[in-house]
Design a protein around this ligand. Structure first.
Ligand code: ATP
Length: 457
């Protein structure tokens, strides 16, 4: 469980070890924007690879996609984002700090329904204001809540500099899938049920970005949309839920005790069912990593209507034509990255000393093996170590490290989650064997260089 870890530890560790940096840090940083450092980008790519493998490459009924981020402005009109993609915002009257009202109400145990009007939200807000404190100055005097639209605008193609007819940055990744539904059907001729999957960026003008990678203004989403016959949603929905849970536990190796399901009580008008997978983040507690939604025929219907292009599926064999229903999964890459770091981050005792170790599954580890010459001032050891490093690096991401004592180098590799270290010593020069050390147990054994790859597999 994560009770003994704090998010502060994870944040400072992530920076110290080159995983995550504040965006534009040398200029004072940008709220809700983060950069992934050298080990962070490796971990992020490994998460994406695992997701893509499970959701596209190992599935005969799913197709991959990478749609452009810029989309026709009408897309966001039709999807309802220009009018309805908003959060209720208020400001502290003392210090002008902005507050996202639905989340503030949630914190004091009052659920604000997504469907509520501004007046209804304000009634709830007024009734509970005394319990809500400004995060900056602690006062409880706020302006009335107003709907604040989260879409981020660009001036792509606008040479007037007037900001009229903005082209939006994507507020969510899934719209690219709806736009390409017909293209995939016409080019790949899939039989229903089938899915389309993609990983893409999303941008939201979050009122109060917070909690490190949990709520940012720029993030990536890994989405699948599964197209089924109308009303044939229930069984497929349950199967998707099972598959997603299994990916977290069996593919990523996340401790299931740190995960739970949450069903939505208040559904938007077109939705038939909605569940979140929540992770128990250190300090923050349980919160959403992924949403799994039964969206009925809403998305393809609105885009059919607005574009004038019929997005029905034609089943030649059954002689049927219909708008498919959609079962969606949408996971934030930043949130799963943070869950994985939190789950793997471990401070423990080994050989009478405290060590920090990132107990990542080998598939996720940024570096798979580190090669260390026992001493850096012995050219014959260095040469041999570089030879072994070059051999290993051809097949897996490897790191060569020669500075500091071997013990210190082991500790550094433990901290970034490297499953194995290979040490080259004077015996290596005699008999071509090396010491192979296991990250989790600290166990060391002698292995022939020729057999090293088998030992690391
Ligand atoms: P929340 O209620 O936390 O604002 P949401 O329900 O609006 O999230 P969705 O629109 O369903 O989120 O987006 C799908 C997924 O995208 C979420 O489960 C989450 O992992 C991720 N996500 C959404 N907003 C953000 C954000 N601001 N920063 C990072 N990830 C996000």
């Amino acid at each position: 469980m994560n009770d003994k870890k704090t998010m502060e530890q994870i944040i400072s560790y992530a920076k110290r070890r080159g995983f995550v940096f504040q965006g534009s840090e040398i200029y004072g940083g940008m709220a809700g924007v983060y950069d992934f450092g050298p080990y962070g980008v490796e971990l992020l790519n490994n998460i994406k690879k695992s997701w893509w493998r499970a959701n596209v490459q190992l599935r005969s009924d799913y197709y991959g996609l990478d749609s452009a981020m810029f989309k026709h402005p009408q897309v966001w009109e039709a999807s309802g984002h220009t009018s309805g993609f908003s959060d209720p915002m208020s400001e502290c009257k003392s210090c002008n700090t902005r507050l996202r009202v639905d989340k503030a109400l949630e914190k004091v145990g009052v659920a604000a329904d997504e469907k509520m009007s501004e007046d209804e939200i304000n009634k709830l807000f007024d009734d509970n204001k005394s319990k809500i404190k400004c995060t900056k100055c602690g006062n409880s005097d706020f302006t009335p809540a107003k709907a604040f639209n989260l879409l981020v605008k660009s001036n792509l193609g606008d040479f007037t500099n007037k900001g009229e007819s903005p082209v939006y940055l994507p507020g969510e990744a899934c719209q690219g899938i709806y736009l390409n539904f017909k293209n995939v059907v016409d080019s790949m001729h899939p039989k229903i049920p089938f899915g389309i999957a993609q990983i893409n960026k999303a941008f939201r003008n979050e009122i109060s970005p917070r909690n490190f990678l949990f709520r940012t203004r720029e993030f990536e989403q890994a989405d699948t949309q599964y197209f089924v016959r109308p009303e044939e949603n229930k069984e497929a929905f349950e199967k998707i839920k099972e598959d997603r849970w299994s990916w977290y536990v069996n593919d990523l190796g996340i401790n299931p005790e740190n995960m739970r399901w949450k069903q939505h009580d208040n559904l938007v008008f077109y939705a038939k069912d909605a569940w979140d997978i929540e992770y128990n983040y250190p300090t923050y507690g349980f919160d959403e990593v992924e949403g799994i939604h039964d969206r009925s025929d809403y998305d393809l219907s609105v885009h059919s209507k607005a574009s004038g292009v019929d997005l029905s599926y034609v089943d030649q064999v059954a002689g049927e034509k219909y708008i498919p229903w959609i079962l969606e999964t949408s996971m934030g890459l930043g949130r799963i990255f943070l869950a994985i770091l939190s789950d793997a981050y471990t401070v423990e005792e080994m050989d009478g000393a405290e060590r920090t170790v990132l107990k990542l599954s080998p598939e996720l580890a940024p570096v798979k093996v580190a090669v260390l010459p026992l001493l850096k001032n012995k050219p014959e050891l260095v040469e041999k170590a570089k030879e072994v490093f070059t051999m290993l690096n051809k097949v897996m991401v490897s790191e060569y490290a020669e500075t500091g004592t071997v013990g210190k180098r082991y500790r550094k590799q433990d901290e970034i989650g490297t499953p194995h270290c290979v040490t080259i010593d004077f015996d290596t020069l005699e008999d071509d064997t090396v010491t192979l050390r296991d990250r989790d147990s600290g166990e060391q054994k002698r292995v022939k260089i020729a057999e090293l790859l088998n030992g690391l597999a």
